[in-house]
Design a protein around this ligand. Structure first.
Ligand SMILES: *Cc1c(COP(=O)(O)O)cnc(C)c1O
Length: 350
């Protein structure tokens, strides 16, 4: 593994970040705040929103730090994990010269963010059993590949990867390894967070969008060494997480039991749904899932998709993706939604 500082793009390394008025003083009650050209009278909205939010989200990070047992200096918060993905690419990959590596089939945003930044994408496809192919990764790796994105549990295949293989990648790869754990709360596997201190080239991504049920507030987390977190903080928009989002997240983190209860409910529904789907003649194979969705091979993905659409049920046709021929991806719904899905599929005969 190489020195993180030398992996950072030179212009980013040299950059002086925007310094906001709030950097110098606390926005505590007793100060008269005439520094940021805010509206001193108040807000037109019923929700009081006239002051800029805490740009480093200290209160939220403190609670997160206690929840996850990670030092606040090793936490970055983004406008969804998508912001962290974009910032990592911008911090480490020189446009047109450097690349990221992805392991298809995988989450689409890695490729999209790379394309927006004019950064190349190298593909090291998974094996037929949705496993990491270490020799393919080694074959495709060269010094221009700066980041590897690994999604575990993987979207859309729903499985976690072999931890030994990921560990060997973390040891061998000369760049940064990003493990996207958007679905980790649904998996029996342990998070890579507990290995953060072992690898200074590891970035773990998590999100409030899935298990926490808060996709609407757009809040994602990146955990990494302070060196990496400092770069992300340096290049983010100053006030990237709005105040209501910070407040709502604090509320949620104070009720971890509710999250656990919800996750358990979804897992129970996932088992039931898989069992019911398995009885249907249109269903060929249901892949084992460690996430809140099922990847299902059907007789014809386009037919199933269109049929469900007529009944106002929307699923994702993933059949164009590597190894996902005739596959649809179904998010686990409520008991009632899943029942409607099964009923609709019973009405589909080839
Ligand atoms: C849903 C999802 C995310 C979440 O992205 P947010 O921007 O935090 O909503 C991240 N990674 C993967 C693989 C996902 O499926």
């Amino acid at each position: 593994m190489s020195d993180i500082n030398s992996l950072i793009r030179k212009n980013i390394r040299m950059l002086t970040p925007y310094s906001s008025a709030k950097d110098e003083f606390d926005s505590s009650e007793e100060n008269i705040l005439l520094d940021a050209n805010e509206n001193s009278i108040g807000s037109v909205s019923d929700y009081t929103a006239n002051r800029y939010p805490d740009h480093l989200q200290k209160k939220l990070k403190k609670i997160l730090s206690d929840t996850k047992n990670i030092d606040p200096g090793k936490i970055f918060l983004g406008n969804g994990s998508d912001e962290a993905i974009d910032l990592l690419i911008r911090a480490f990959c020189e446009p047109r010269r450097e690349k990221i590596m992805i392991l298809p089939p995988t989450y689409g945003m890695y490729e999209v963010c790379a394309a927006v930044n004019d950064v190349g994408v190298v593909e090291a496809p998974l094996t037929g059993f949705f496993d990491i192919d270490l020799s393919e990764i080694a074959r495709k790796t060269d010094p221009s590949v700066k980041l590897i994105f690994i999604c575990s549990p993987n979207n859309p295949s729903a499985n976690c990867f072999d931890p030994d293989m990921m560990a060997s990648l973390l040891k061998e790869f000369q760049g940064i390894v990003i493990i996207d754990e958007a679905y980790i709360d649904f998996a029996p596997d342990k998070s890579w967070l507990s290995n953060l201190d072992e690898y200074d080239n590891l970035v773990v991504l998590q999100t409030f969008s899935k298990a926490w049920g808060m996709a609407n507030i757009r809040l994602g987390m990146a955990f990494a060494s302070e060196e990496i977190i400092d770069v992300l903080n340096k290049i983010k928009y100053p006030y990237n997480i709005n105040g209501p989002a910070q407040e709502i997240a604090i509320q949620a983190l104070n009720q971890p039991d509710r999250q656990e209860e919800m996750v358990n409910g979804i897992l129970k529904q996932r088992g039931k749904l898989a069992m019911e789907l398995d009885k249907l003649p249109v269903v060929g194979k249901i892949y084992p899932s460690e996430a809140n969705f099922l990847l299902v091979k059907v007789t014809s993905a386009s037919k199933v998709y269109k049929h469900l659409l007529k009944d106002k049920i929307i699923v994702r046709d993933r059949s164009k993706m590597h190894l996902c021929e005739e596959c649809i991806r179904i998010t686990v719904g409520t008991a009632e939604q899943n029942k409607r899905l099964i009923e609709s599929l019973k009405g589909l005969v080839d």
